[in-house]
Design a protein around this ligand. Structure first.
Ligand code: SF4
Length: 382
């Protein structure tokens, strides 16, 4: 006969105490006021948050949205944010380029960057009079960590005749040392423009070696680069693309240009997160896979209910440092303000503005796929 386990008084097996949810720990309850403010939002995240979880999430969402209004704050949410942040509290959403343009013109006193640290710095560079907050100081980036301003100074000393383009995924100090910035939406356009302006057959593009190899294949311009990589995208390979085609016949494979070149050779479409979003929206493929950060598929899937998403992806541990809880704490205590030394900011701004001054593209540039990978020179850090 089965033994009944009694966890009541006197029983040696105590009933574990329920841990309060993040909202309860902050004294926030799912009461009628919160229900009225948030229940209409639930369908936007119902793929991601279960009905059981919603009463713990809704009070955080309501509190953040109230505090934003009181403080005159806006939240800039990157495409890699989880859907609760992206869809429920983000005021402007997009890729690095879209958010940078937004920061430059936004009508708000306070910007909360729901993204990683270099993105918050970009906002501060472009909007120095605004208070820019980031909810976790640990939200870094493997690319930004791979190169310093001293490295760029040394590169310029070694190769004084070549323009130096930096991907925006770098610190303000690195941007300040470079001639112009680029994003994955416009990297090929920027490289072609500086090659022409400098009348140079060679362009230095740092720090992402894979983006640089992919841009070299697109433009045919000789590119030198730096041994940096995105720890999320470098994990994908051409073999993954093959395995996906075998496992999911008919699937359309989209990839970000921070992936190694053999991925771009084998996939069907490549571009920035904005370009990938547009592709799915416009083409409505029956079945698709996005080779990029995990939350991207969640966010794009929510807007394309007729598209079937296969979801192998890699998480960015830095992006995932940003949570509803720490956004609320950041707004409550106005903490983790991003500051930049003015001399650095001015020089970094010049590099960003050189990029923003290029003709605005109607849509983010797609990378041609099927091109043979091109070996390029990777500058040795020593
Ligand atoms: S996804 Fe890659 S490039 Fe983007 S923040 Fe994470 S590590 Fe950096």
């Amino acid at each position: 006969m089965a033994r009944l386990i009694d966890s009541g008084p006197g029983c040696p097996t105590p009933t574990p105490a329920r841990t309060p949810s993040a909202s309860e720990a902050r004294g926030l309850l799912y009461d009628s006021g919160v229900k009225a403010e948030t229940d209409h939002l639930y369908p936007l995240v119902s793929d991601f948050i279960t009905p059981m979880e919603w009463p713990a999430v809704a009070p955080l969402v309501a509190a953040i949205n109230r505090l934003k209004k009181q403080a005159g704050a806006v939240i800039l949410a990157h495409n890699y944010m989880t859907p609760d942040i992206f869809r429920l509290v983000g005021d402007f959403r997009g890729d690095s380029l879209q958010l940078a343009r937004e920061a430059a013109t936004i009508d708000a006193d306070i910007i909360v960057q729901a993204g990683v640290h270099f993105m918050a710095e970009t906002s501060k560079i472009l909007a120095p009079d605004k208070t820019v907050l980031i909810s976790s100081l640990e939200a870094g980036c493997s690319l930004a960590a791979s190169i310093t301003s001293a490295d760029v100074a040394l590169i310029k000393q070694r190769y004084p005749d070549y323009p130096v383009v930096t991907y925006v995924n770098t610190t303000a100090e690195v941007k300040a040392e470079c001639h112009i910035t680029c994003t994955s939406s416009n990297a090929a356009q920027v490289v072609e423009a500086v090659a022409k302006e400098w009348n140079s057959d060679t362009v230095i593009l740092v720090p992402d070696q894979y983006l640089a190899m992919n841009v070299a294949a697109q433009t045919g311009i000789r590119i030198m680069t730096w041994p940096g990589a995105c720890e999320v995208h470098e994990l994908f390979s051409g073999d993954d693309v093959e395995a996906l085609r075998e496992g999911h016949p008919g699937v359309v494979i989209l990839a970000h240009p921070e992936c190694p070149p053999d991925v771009l050779e084998a996939c069907d479409f490549a571009g920035s997160t904005a370009a990938l979003t547009n592709y799915v929206k416009d083409q409505q493929p029956a079945k698709v896979v996005l080779l990029t950060e995990c939350s991207m598929s969640d966010n794009v899937a929510a807007e394309n209910p007729d598209v079937d998403f296969v979801r192998p992806c890699n998480l960015c541990p830095h992006m995932k440092r940003i949570t509803l809880e720490n956004i609320l704490d950041c707004l409550t205590h106005m903490r983790h303000e991003v500051t930049i030394e003015e001399a650095v900011r001015v020089r970094a701004k010049a590099a960003i503005e050189a990029m923003l001054a290029l003709p605005k593209m109607a849509t983010p540039l797609a990378f041609k796929t099927g091109l043979k990978p091109m070996e390029i020179e990777v500058i040795s850090p020593s």
